[in-house]
Design a binder for this molecule. Structure first.
Ligand code: F6P
Ligand code: MG
Length: 480
């Protein structure tokens, strides 16, 4: 969070005109309630498992170690429910944010920032800081309990939503198989290479339209209408800024410069959501590797369950296994396509061409202008500066890139990303817009969007910016 007075202020939870307002009052409580329900369900399942163990027991007086562990899990689960319920009450009643008790470095950093900008209350705090604080708090309740350290309270929702995305998954797996065949049997002309790059970035971009933190009011059935090639085509005109050509040229120049001397080209993905979005990202990744535009791809998931649907390291491997599991995607006629897709991913992973790398930085509150040699994201900077293109996925990553400040919407992207613009890092952001902060628009576009949104039958003209119907693709080459 910035102390620079020349910058605009952050979006606040008590701003009625911002999506922060309904987020803090409606979406967050509903997300926390679903965590409580999920933990309750796991406790019930654990109690049943204890019963079963007992029935199968040897008749000894002493409970087996397994039973003791399960009982411990139940007791710890109750503690998590008490803490989570308390957080929900604090949030609803606009109580102060309470510092963390743990001693991990990132928690101390949260506390330090809270002391610097606080005291804060839940319904008046800066949106981005309080939202990160809330997810980190929730995560800390689980990691404090031995039997729940790696538990993901959103895993059930992630799986359900991914299953409900099957039409989009089948369509994309089929498209990929066609492409793989083409790449093997035909010489790809530079023009088709360029078009394919565009197609797969589009797939990855619009994959972001269906994250679970926004789907609190959308049925799983609605998901499929948001996915698929036809929808993407219709959405083409909704990309408000499109720097894709520049990103492509920059990557291509790297490829061409490195090919004769045998150096490698590396692309990184700072991931967003698991399920369909990550699947769409992997289609893009396979294309990059298969077409030799990149030699290695490094994906960066989060260390803790985050903003409901964000990818955890385990979700990467879970994607591989879901795709190859005929009980997860059950329609036999698509099996070959799914297997081919999964096999390719597994192979690239085994060959060390598709790598997973985590950092505690991604679950801090820091904006990405801290990714620099003297910033809080120094370690990430050390790593990403060696990449030939860093793709930032989704809305939250974008909010952090442009610092979630109340910029005029015509502010240049490079101004909004601050020090990152000259950090040497090649930034490509693929974002469907789900929060107020937007930069880089041409003069007059904002007014047109507001008008259009009202003509579409919506009351609040500002709502276009939280609808996920518009998108931006923005690029900075890190050098000016
Ligand atoms: O703005 C709505 C919101 O849910 C924010 O809380 C968060 O920044 C974002 O959308 C999550 O979306 P994504 O998964 O695309 O980052
Ligand atoms: Mg997300």
């Amino acid at each position: 969070m910035t102390a620079d007075n020349t910058l605009p202020g952050p979006y606040l939870n008590n701003d009625k005109t911002s999506f922060a307002w309904p987020s803090a009052r409606e979406r967050w409580p509903s997300i926390i309630e679903s965590i409580i329900k999920d933990v309750q369900q796991t406790i019930e399942e654990t109690v049943l498992a204890i019963e079963k163990e007992k029935e199968a027991g040897t008749g000894n007086e002493d409970p087996s170690v397994k039973i003791l562990l399960l009982q411990e899990k139940v007791e710890e689960g109750k503690v998590i429910i008490t803490q989570t319920t308390q957080l929900l009450e604090d949030l609803k009643n606009d109580k102060p944010l309470i510092p963390f008790e743990g001693t991990e470095a990132d928690l101390l950093d949260y506390n330090k920032e809270l002391a610097r900008i606080g005291p804060l209350t839940w319904l008046t705090a800066p949106w981005l800081f309080s939202e990160c604080f809330m997810y980190r708090k929730l995560a800390s309740f689980f990691t404090a309990q031995k039997r729940w350290v790696t538990y993901d309270p959103y895993a059930r929702q992630k799986d359900d939503a991914f299953k409900a995305s099957k039409e989009g998954v089948y369509e994309l797996a089929h498209r990929y198989k066609e492409l793989a065949h083409q790449l093997k049997t035909h010489r790809i002309t530079p023009e088709s290479q360029r078009l394919l790059f565009k197609e797969f970035t589009d797939i990855s971009l619009w994959g972001n339209a269906t994250d679970l933190s926004l789907l609190t009011n959308v049925s799983l059935d609605d998901i499929k209408t948001l996915q698929g090639a036809e929808t993407r085509k219709k959405n083409e005109a909704n990309i408000l800024v499109n720097d894709l050509e520049k990103a492509y040229e920059s990557l291509l120049a790297k490829r061409e410069a490195t090919t004769p001397v045998g150096k490698t080209v590396r692309v990184d993905f700072v991931l967003d959501n698991a399920g369909f979005e990550f699947f769409a990202d992997t289609a893009f990744i396979l294309y990059l590797l298969d077409s030799n535009l990149a030699d290695t791809v490094i994906v960066h998931p989060k260390n803790y369950p985050w903003f409901v649907s964000d990818v955890l390291p385990i979700d990467v491997l879970t994607l591989f296994s879901h795709l190859s599991n005929k009980n997860f995607f059950t329609d036999a006629e698509h099996r070959d396509d799914l297997d081919a897709f999964a096999d390719r991913l597994v192979k690239y992973h085994a060959d060390g061409k598709l790598l997973i790398r985590t950092s505690p930085f991604w679950t801090t509150y820091h904006s990405f202008d801290e990714i620099r040699s003297d910033g809080a994201g120094k370690a990430v900077w050390e790593d990403l500066k060696d990449s030939d293109l860093v793709v930032f996925k989704g809305d939250l990553n974008h909010r952090k890139l442009i610092r979630d400040l109340e910029w005029p919407r015509t502010t240049p992207f490079k101004t909004a990303i601050g020090a990152l613009a000259t950090s040497g890092i090649k930034v490509l952001t693929l974002r469907t817009i789900k929060a107020d902060v937007v930069v880089g628009l041409e003069e007059g576009v904002e007014a047109e969007l507001e008008k259009k949104w009202v003509e579409m039958g919506n009351e609040n003209k500002l709502g276009w910016a939280y609808s996920g119907k518009w998108a931006v693709i923005q690029f900075s080459d890190g050098s000016n």
